[in-house]
Design a protein around this ligand. Structure first.
Ligand SMILES: [Zn+2]
Ligand SMILES: [Zn+2]
Length: 418
């Protein structure tokens, strides 16, 4: 643990400087033009108002109440406020101690909510909106999920492909969603030895930037879980620990809180814990790697040109004139997926329209300056005569339980789930 955490921290400590320089250089050099292939670019098109506010925050944060974290609760509060985050969801290992200590609530302009990360037999599971401790040693993974739901909570499969803590029980049901991106998995888990060598011999920042990549396996698993269960909500998790070694901070919150953030779409200008949990349950959410460019203002809607029919996480019945509208706060390349398969791409631009003529699960990914940037939750287009399902039910039992979603090989496009 110590070896990799030290290396991880050394490397992240100065990454912001290089990334800032990279951004400045790329912005000056790159003037992108739209070359749509399958998507219809409408650079100046206006986008309908969906009536939701975009709240941004971080999910999956550890502090001193976890055995392997050194950052303090006060540090989380300070950084969340400094970065103008609306919320932070703290998840200590197997304990709700900060909740018992009365830490949940508003701290400055940030809403701090307390959940926990449960080490179940099948892997790590994030639980939110729970108030009672859960003895995960006496329960199966499914029983842990059920207990979270019994308390009125919601839960997410954590870092399913992290080597030492893989998710192994794919037969479970009743979970709300999964981490489709986890910072520790992407940056650390796959590069530990190289990181150690690099840190000992040369400045590590360019390497850190270079290894951020699309989370192929988690995304393939997410698409497969949606196929099995219906709606499965994807989140991006920071999994920040902030390690203090010899007076130095490694993997500090102020870096980790920019690596990935989750945005929640909430139909109110007042944030409450219930509205955070509702948005997570409904998948009214997207997540973004914001080292270079903040993502606030991204939208992905189903509309008919006159009115909004649904947003990320919603089920929308197929109808004549139905289209998807994607709008970005900065120019980026875009790929649209249907049922896990890429169906259209565009080189760069701000706004796209995509006519929809078939039911399916549609989501989009934006890439900026060669790196993944924004990942939407899906819009679920149903057959015209299909009654909408309840909007807050957890995942249904799988149609083919047991086998894990396949790991992919890193190619440009992940193979479709069988
Ligand atoms: Zn974990
Ligand atoms: Zn964790």
């Amino acid at each position: 643990m110590t070896l990799w955490t030290m290396d991880y921290g050394l490397w992240t400590g100065t990454v912001l400087i290089v990334l800032f320089l990279s951004l400045a250089g790329c912005a000056a050099l790159t003037r992108l033009r739209a070359h749509p292939r399958g998507l219809i670019a409408e650079e100046e098109a206006s986008v309908l108002d969906d009536g939701h506010e975009d709240y941004v925050g971080v999910i999956h944060v550890h502090t001193t109440a976890s055995h392997d974290a050194h950052g303090r609760f006060e540090d989380v509060v300070r950084v969340a406020n400094a970065q103008r985050l609306d919320f932070a969801l703290i998840t200590e290992h197997n304990t709700l101690k900060p909740l018992r200590d009365g830490r949940q609530g508003w701290h400055g302009a940030a809403l701090i909510l307390i959940g926990m990360e449960l080490s179940t037999r099948g892997g790590h599971y994030l639980a939110f909106n729970v108030t009672e401790e859960i003895d995960r040693n006496r329960l199966t993974t499914q029983q842990v999920i059920d207990e979270v739901n019994r308390q009125g909570g919601l839960g997410f499969i954590a870092h399913p492909y992290f080597k030492a803590r893989r998710w192994t029980d794919w037969s479970v049901a009743g979970f709300t969603g999964m981490e489709a991106y986890n910072v520790a998995h992407d940056t650390l888990d796959e590069n530990r030895l190289r990181l150690i060598l690099w840190t000992l011999t040369a400045p590590a920042e360019p390497f850190y930037f270079s290894i951020i990549d699309r989370p192929y396996d988690p995304l393939a698993a997410w698409d497969e879980l949606i196929r099995r269960h219906g709606r499965v909500v994807g989140i991006g998790s920071t999994d920040a620990h902030e390690f203090h070694v010899l007076g130095l901070k490694f993997a500090p919150y102020d870096v980790m809180f920019q690596l990935v953030r989750t945005h929640l779409l909430i139909p109110s200008d007042e944030l409450t814990p219930e509205r955070v949990y509702d948005a997570l349950r409904q998948g009214h959410a997207y997540f973004a790697i914001e080292l270079l460019t903040e993502a606030k203002g991204f939208s992905f809607l189903a509309d008919n040109g006159a009115q909004v029919l649904g947003l990320m996480g919603d089920r929308v019945a197929l109808a004549p004139g139905l289209r998807l509208t994607i709008s970005l706060p900065a120019p980026a390349s875009l790929t649209a997926f249907k049922d896990g398969r890429p169906i259209a791409t565009s080189a760069a631009g701000h706004t796209w329209r995509l006519p929809v003529t078939e039911p399916g699960v549609y989501r989009v990914e934006a890439t900026r300056q060669g790196k993944p940037w924004i990942f939407s939750n899906p819009i679920y287009i149903t057959p015209p005569d299909e009654a909408p399902a309840p909007e807050d039910q957890p995942t249904a039992p799988p149609s083919d339980a047991g086998s894990p979603p396949p790991a992919t090989t890193p190619t440009d496009i992940p193979p479709a789930a069988p």
